[in-house]
Design a protein around this ligand. Structure first.
Ligand code: 13P
Length: 340
């Protein structure tokens, strides 16, 4: 393992003013996104949609440091035969690959899941690296509900994340370590805070035990927010202060950067929270975005599967990417949304 080279990629992924586009929806997840805009979930539609995003030169070049791809996309070509991964690399962004096989029921733990995908991972990574992937992603899912999460599920998911991260580093691929505490439910922000701290602490203990070099990872956590059905959402200021405090208490300073998931927050909420944290500052890591929905909901709606809507979709993507770029350096303002 060449740690200096891994660290260089990790630093590049969290370059101030840039962030990560999570375009790695599995075929099942993109189905939900396409259903919302009335587009049939075919291989060609998935290709056409993603191609229009990767060909949006201005935002790709200026605001996007890396793109997480689903395996299909990493090996897919644009309509003119150019590998999609080449479009990304030519824009100066690092191509990445989602390597987990999804969250499956955890035996003995009703309502909880374990993320699968460790078997054969070294061989897959070797192939993915040859195709251009320089980082990877693995998402662990932690649900909050009555009596959940259990310690057994947290421990199993943290261990799998650490095994994945060690395997990636051995393959010269930067692991995005993503333990997502879900927003689903009516829990308050205090509960999310408590669970997020326990999960992060457990993940970093497991990373240490599996000898993962923290300088060569990027952490992708949830923000500390209240549950979707909690009634009254917390203020932007409270989310920002609590998230920073939870991370400061649990994440070592050796980690180069934090790239948040959006997790079902609205586009503007996710941007406002990231911006508020960077305005507050006083933490040792870069803090940026690794958004899926909060970057793509607007362009997907603008596109709606129609070729003539491609320029409008690219403009919608450029706008959200620029807003989040500004948030990654604490220079976003709500007025910029209205102006657009
Ligand atoms: P969201 O930003 O839509 O949560 O997606 C990010 C992601 O990659 C989840 O694994």
């Amino acid at each position: 393992m060449n740690l200096a080279a891994l660290n260089e990629i990790a630093e590049k992924m969290v370059t101030p003013g840039k962030g990560i586009l999570a375009a790695d929806e599995s075929t099942g997840t993109i189905q939900k996104r396409f259903d919302a805009i009335g587009v049939e979930n075919t291989e060609q539609n998935r290709r056409d949609y993603r191609e229009l995003i990767f060909r949006a030169a201005e935002p790709m070049r200026n605001y996007i440091s890396g793109v997480i791809l689903f395996e299909e996309t990493l090996y897919q070509d644009a309509a003119d035969g150019t590998p999609l991964v080449k479009l990304i690399a030519e824009a100066g962004a690092a191509p990445g690959i989602k390597v987990d096989k999804g969250a499956k029921p955890l035996p003995g733990f009703p309502g909880e899941t374990i993320t699968e995908g460790l078997d054969g991972l070294p061989q897959r990574l070797e192939k993915d690296y040859a195709r251009g992937a320089r980082f990877a992603k693995w998402r662990a899912v932690i649900d909050i509900a009555d009596g959940l999460p259990t310690w057994g599920a947290i421990k199993a998911n943290a261990h799998a994340l650490a095994r994945y991260a060690a395997i990636c580093q051995a393959a010269q691929i930067v692991p995005i370590v993503e333990p997502e505490v879900m927003m689903d439910g009516a829990h308050d922000i205090e509960r999310c805070d408590e669970v997020t701290r326990l999960v992060l602490m457990t993940v970093f203990r497991e990373l240490f035990e599996q000898r993962v070099a923290l300088e060569g990872i990027v952490l992708k956590p949830n923000m500390v927010v209240c549950g979707k059905d909690c009634g009254k959402p917390a203020s932007v200021d409270e989310v920002a202060h609590r998230t920073i405090a939870a991370l400061k208490a649990t994440v070592p300073a050796a980690v180069p950067g934090i790239a948040y998931l959006s997790g079902g927050q609205s586009d503007e909420e996710a941007t406002a929270h990231l911006d508020a944290m960077n305005k507050i500052g006083g933490f040792p890591w870069k803090m940026t975005f690794s958004f899926g929905r909060a970057l793509q909901a607007a362009p997907q709606k603008a596109w709606s599967g129609e070729r003539q809507n491609v320029p409008a979709a690219q403009r919608a993507f450029a706008h959200r990417a620029r807003m989040n770029s500004l948030a990654s350096i604490g220079q976003w303002e709500g007025a910029l949304e209205a102006a657009a």
